[in-house]
Write a protein that binds this ligand. Structure first.
Ligand code: G1P
Length: 295
């Protein structure tokens, strides 16, 4: 293991309006939609926690205060659970709660793209490498969480790490797309990147999935980054500029990602996470089978 600085902080951009999930997201943040019985954002925080993250920085916006409430104590609820002897539920809530001082919130103020959202976290991150997790995406991994697997690669390579997924070529125009070559150590070194390439122009079928480990120099670049695809300040463009000075590696992780920003991804994630739960799987599988046969 090299002497890379430990990754202690994670940035979670949660300012998006969630227009693809209206009316559900009219008054409720899309990050609070549930996958089985916990909000999407809880799944993402759990993944980061499993990788040893100690501080969670939420880049948030108006209408998102319930996320802050979710990661705080709920005194009345806890008192009621205690009165009723619901010790298991109390312990579960306690387990999920970050410690006091482990969360920070800053507001993006206006929707100017992912690059701008990340830049808003610059002071809270400071001069150290950090993890970035996009909460539209959740990952089901068998043993190690996706971010844990990325940390392992980071400890070997240093630099910057991007988790990638393979998708059919015709879907690449909805994502950032990377191109890589294996170096002599067998690491997948990224040598090209483009945000939302026009149909037929993607450099590969490997998309930027939504998990990153980035060096703090990205903030200097984002500071002056002009708008790119979709007229938004794109993180991918800033990473491409940083790639001229620093190495980027692709992490092909073990696990399966779900894009919960799309209805199909969200519904599939609910099914996949329910089928992975011992307490729910047998009954849910039977119901699903019945439904598919009948409908
Ligand atoms: C963002 C990134 C893109 C990445 C995607 C993953 O795009 O800019 O590179 O592939 O997340 O979900 P968005 O989904 O915000 O348009």
């Amino acid at each position: 293991m090299s002497d890379n600085k430990k990754i202690r902080k994670a940035v979670l951009p949660v300012a998006g309006l969630g227009t693809r999930f209206l009316p559900a997201t009219k008054a409720m943040p899309k990050e609070m939609l549930t996958i089985v019985d916990r909000p999407i954002i809880q799944h993402v925080v759990d993944e980061a926690k499993a990788a040893g993250i100690e501080h969670f920085i939420f880049v948030t916006g108006r209408n998102k205060t319930v996320i802050e409430d979710h990661f705080d104590k709920q005194v009345e609820l806890e008192a009621t659970l205690r009165d009723r002897g619901k010790t298991e539920q109390l312990a579960m809530l306690d387990d999920l709660l970050p410690e006091a001082g482990q969360t920070s919130y800053t507001r993006q103020q206006s929707p100017q793209g992912l690059g701008h959202a990340v830049w808003c976290a610059r002071d809270l991150v400071g001069n150290e490498p950090f993890a970035l997790l996009l909460p539209d995406v959740i990952v089901q991994a068998a043993d190690q969480s996706c971010m844990e697997q990325m940390m392992e690669l980071y400890n070997e390579t240093g630099g910057n790490i991007i988790a990638v997924d393979e998708v059919p070529l015709e879907k690449t125009s909805s994502y950032g797309v990377v191109k890589y070559e294996e170096d002599d150590k067998g690491h997948k070194k990224i040598d090209g990147m483009v945000e939302k390439p026009a149909a037929g122009t993607a450099p590969s079928n490997l998309i930027i999935m939504g998990r990153y480990i980035l060096q703090p120099e990205i903030f200097d670049i984002l500071e002056t980054q002009s708008a790119g695809a979709g007229n938004e300040i794109q993180l991918t463009d800033a990473m491409l500029a940083l790639m001229e000075r620093q190495d980027f590696y692709a992490c092909v992780y073990e696990g399966r990602s779900f894009d919960c920003g799309s209805k199909i991804g969200f519904l599939t994630a609910n099914a996949a996470f329910a089928l992975a739960r011992e307490d729910l799987a047998p009954a849910f599988r039977a119901e699903l089978q019945r439904l598919i046969e009948e409908v």
